[in-house]
Structure formats: C-alpha cells, structure tokens
Write a protein that binds this ligand. Structure first.
Ligand code: IPE
Ligand code: IPE
Ligand code: MG
Length: 235
C-alpha cells in the first residue's frame, strides 16, 4: 500500500478489459459461460470500490466487435447474462450512485439487450455518480471511423476535421480520457479498445483473471498508478 500522499493521486477515469472469464471457468472444469457469469458479477464490487476511492468514471470492455467470431452459443449466453445482470443488479447499483452509459454500436445486438441497456442508461447522471460505461459491441477503429464520418457529414471543409471535433464525435463524447487502463487476464495488448482515448493512459497488466480481480488487485493497480510519472510528452 502506497502512503497517503501518493494515494491521493486517484485516476478520475479507469478503463478495464474484462478478460480471462473463459480460462477462469476452464481451469475449474466449468463451461466458459460460468466464467462469463462470474466475470459480469465482478463489475459491481469493482465499480463500488472505485467509486469509494473517488474515481468518477469507469469503463469496461464487455464485448468487442471482434467477439462476433466466437461460437453463436457463447455469444447468446453472454448476451443473456448481460440482460439478466442489467435487470437484476443494475437498479441496485443505480441506487448506490452508479450511472450507466453504453459505448458501441447498437446493431446487431439483440432487442432484449438493447431494451435493458436503454432502460439502465436512461436515468440522468447525478452529481456524485460514478459513470460506468459499458463497452458492448465496441471497437476502437470502428468508433474512430464513425466519428470521422459524423464530422464530415456536418462540414464539407476538411479543416473541420481536427482532434477536438473527432473527440467530440466519439462514443465517449464529453468524458475525460482514461487515466489508467487495466487489463487482467495475462494478455498485454489493447484488442481494439479505446484506441483514440488511451493515447496517454497509464497501462497496467495483471496475470489475475478478471473474475478473480478483487479489491486487493484494484488497490495494487491504483498504488502502481500513483507511482507513475505522467509526462504527456513534456519533462
Ligand atoms: C472476456 O473473457 C469476455 C469476453 C471477451 C466477452 P474471455 O471470454 O475472453 O476469456 P478468455 O480470454 O477466453 O479466458
Ligand atoms: C478483449 O478480449 C475484448 C473484451 C474483453 C470484451 P478478447 O479475449 O476478445 O481479446 P483477444 O482476442 O485475446 O485479443
Ligand atoms: Mg479473452
């Protein structure tokens, strides 16, 4: 545990990659779906802990545009688990100061999932809320492409395409960039996550599989973040 002074450096926005669910289940002789259930259930305690630390934004990568390459049965199971979680757990999270937002493309997510997402994300963000963004059917390259299309649609002048205009046209419009990007599960890559926004994020990789990524692991990541010296290209 870092001392109090360094711990004051809390990241305003932490982005997580929810990875390792499948391996977590396989290691226990369980179907991969059991790992997805466990992984989704872990979002609530980590969001709570992060809010208690004073972060204002949490983003979690739950399904990428590349995850459609998986077997249909696994995809359907993930979506069913998400609907269940949005119905059973999200309302309680809302009442404890967590506001929801969806990052990604709606099509071709199933209508039941879109309805559950819409209901969960509809409520306004209150002053003390942690904004929890669910990156679902999300891909960073697609997001940037969509943003450029949006900017071009509003102006035919190429000088209108600047960094500010692109940032404002991303799914994350209005949100600060992530300060810390955490990837549990042992892989050390971005997998098309927040490619634009993570330009200066501190990267933290952990071998721990997401369903086992608990408050102690979160503390480790936050302690490590507090020790980093962010230069943004300066000295
Ligand atoms: C992350 O866990 C969840 C999704 C990508 C939907 P994985 O399913 O990728 O788990 P591993 O990496 O195979 O263990
Ligand atoms: C990244 O995990 C996507 C999500 C966690 C939603 P993957 O398991 O899909 O990433 P790769 O395939 O190992 O790069
Ligand atoms: Mg994976």
């Amino acid at each position: 545990m870092a001392d109090l002074k360094t711990r004051e450096r809390i990241p305003a926005h932490v982005a997580f990659v929810m990875d390792g669910n499948g391996r977590w289940a396989t290691q226990r002789g369980l179907p991969r779906t059991a790992g997805h259930r466990e992984g989704i259930a872990n979002v609530n305690p980590i969001a709570n802990a992060l809010r208690a630390h004073g972060s204002r934004y949490m983003t979690i990568y739950m399904f990428s545009t590349e995850n459609w390459k998986r077997p249909t049965e696994e995809i359907d199971a993930i979506f069913e688990l998400l609907v269940e979680w949005l119905r059973d757990t999200a309302p309680e999270m809302r009442s404890r100061g967590i506001a929801f937002r969806h990052l990604g493309v709606r099509e071709p997510l199933p209508p039941a999932l879109l309805a559950a997402l819409d209901e969960t994300c509809a409520e306004p963000v209150r002053a003390d809320d942690l904004v929890l963004s669910l990156a679902l059917n999300y891909g960073g390259r697609g997001e940037i492409t969509d943003a450029i299309r949006k900017v071009i649609a509003t102006s035919s002048d190429s000088s209108a395409i600047d960094e500010q205009a692109i940032s404002a046209a991303l799914y994350t419009a209005g949100m600060p960039d992530p300060d810390l990007l955490v990837r549990p599960g042992g892989e050390t890559r971005l997998s098309n996550y927040l490619l634009w926004q993570a330009a200066y994020a501190e990267l933290y990789f952990s071998q721990v599989l997401w369903p086992d990524f608990d408050e102690r692991e979160l503390d480790r990541a936050l302690d490590e973040y507090a020790k980093r010296h962010r230069r943004f290209g300066g000295l």
